[in-house]
Write a protein of this length. Structure first.
Ligand SMILES: [Zn+2]
Length: 199
């Protein structure tokens, strides 16, 4: 039974999310990243001997919204939600001074474990001191930005906010490391499955 990783591209073509400095809209930026992530996962993790394979599928909110996209994920994983996870891809935007990396979690055990691992990997990749802005819990209790995505599907879910598109230095990181960010997320998800789920 392969692990299943659903990658959800944040926002929609009609409402593409934030527009960073010299960056494509979030939707376009992450659509390209997600396509590379899927190809990377298939070439590196699809058929490793001695380990469970990891299937990756891309999901979009276009026309069906957050609830529709996560319903597709839930249907895809069926009764194997514990052997699955979702990552929704975003970049952050705020005032020009705001910068850093954060990962949003529903607060469930699986989501927290996955979020911690992805956050650590992205901080190392992007040269962030410590854990940067850290893992933030968003769910039905606080109903803060992103909570709907985190609680709508059956598998553990996280949202990545690798950097701020509105900050000059962060936007440069997003431009330079677009595919490295995606591939690090894939690696960390595989590690989560192998070390946390598969034992
Ligand atoms: Zn976004």
């Amino acid at each position: 039974m392969p692990y299943k990783l659903g990658i959800i591209v944040g926002h929609t073509d009609a409402k593409g999310g934030a527009v960073g400095l010299d960056l494509p809209r979030e939707y376009d930026y992450h659509k390209a990243m997600a396509t590379d992530m899927q190809a990377f996962a298939q070439s590196d993790f699809g058929h490793l001997s001695g380990q469970e394979a990891m299937e990756v599928r891309l999901f979009f909110r276009d026309g069906i919204g957050v609830s529709g996209a996560y319903a597709q994920v839930s249907e895809w994983v069926g009764s194997f939600a514990s052997h699955a996870a979702t990552v929704e891809l975003h970049y952050n935007a705020a005032t020009p001074a705001a910068s850093g990396t954060e990962t949003l979690s529903s607060g469930s055990a699986g989501s927290l474990a996955l979020a911690s691992s992805v956050q650590a990997g992205l901080c190392t990749l992007l040269g962030r001191p410590g854990q940067s802005r850290g893992v933030k819990v968003r769910n039905r209790t606080n109903k803060e930005r992103g909570w709907m995505s985190l609680v709508s599907g059956t598998p553990p879910a996280i949202i990545t906010e690798a950097a701020f598109g509105s900050n000059a230095e962060d936007a440069a990181l997003l431009r330079e490391k677009q595919f490295m960010i995606g591939r690090e997320i894939v690696r960390r998800c595989k590690r989560y499955f192998d070390e946390t789920v598969g034992v």
